[in-house]
Write a protein that binds this ligand. Structure first.
Ligand code: GRF
Length: 230
């Protein structure tokens, strides 16, 4: 049986679309997007979900207490029997009660190589501006467990992407986003199949990376394997 995944998104939802395409019309997929939640009514992510018959709900955040947002969110996650939560461009801090309820089962994708270029206020173009300003030659997405602090949960996977000399924040963002669309489905599938160590186990894990060659590039996916736990 596939794991029912909820995606939380505030914006365009291209990562959501990559997950929908990877799982929702694929027989025997290990995961299925079963719910989409957004804090913004205008989020294209809601439209993308509805277009594929996935329940899509608005949970407003502005002007509401954390307890109200948590209660609405938890009610939806429970009603849809969600086993795994994936943040994909969700620009709000997830209420602590939700993180506790889904501890070890809630992940985020960030468009830079954490622990650098993360934290509060580091989203969208600002991330890529900071990477370019630093002179870094490599960037790329990070997928990590979500904790109560922005971008600080343990890292599950990263995919390095070159920074080119004439990059602007927009060109770098586009190059990273293409890789995000490939990495997120791989990691969600691995999580659904129980192939990723749980958050608490990562603390003890001796990091050892499995490299998976991308079919069309020299880039590599770095994915922590449970077999490396001693
Ligand atoms: C992505 O770059 C993701 O890493 C970041 O927000 C962006 C969302 O893009 N957290 P999209 O809405 O999935 O197109």
């Amino acid at each position: 049986m596939s794991v029912r995944v909820a995606v939380l998104a505030s914006g365009g939802g291209s990562n959501l679309q990559a997950l929908l395409d990877a799982f929702n019309e694929v027989p025997d997929a290990p995961a299925r997007i079963a719910l989409v939640i957004s804090d913004r009514e205008s989020a294209a992510a809601l439209e993308r979900a509805r277009a594929m018959d996935v329940p899509a709900h608005l949970v407003p955040v502005s002007g509401r207490s954390e307890a109200e947002v948590a209660s609405d969110t938890l009610e939806l996650l429970e009603r849809h029997a969600i086993g795994l939560v994936a943040l994909a461009g969700y620009l709000r801090l997830v209420p602590a009660a939700v993180i506790r309820a889904y501890a070890g089962r809630i992940v985020n994708i960030h468009p830079a190589l954490l622990p650098a270029f993360g934290g509060q206020g580091m989203f969208g173009a600002r991330v890529h501006q900071a990477v370019l300003a630093s002179g870094a030659r490599v960037s790329g997405p990070t997928i990590h467990y979500v904790t109560e602090a922005y971008d600080e949960g343990r890292i599950i996977a990263q995919w390095p992407v070159p920074v080119l000399p004439d990059d602007t924040p927009a060109t770098l963002a586009a190059r990273v986003l293409l890789v995000e669309h490939r990495l997120y489905p791989l990691v969600i599938a691995a999580l659904a199949l129980g192939e990723v160590p749980r958050d608490s186990e990562l603390q003890e894990a001796s990091f050892h990376w499995r490299a998976v060659a991308a079919p069309d590039a020299a880039e590599m996916i770095h994915l922590i394997q449970p077999s490396t736990l001693h």
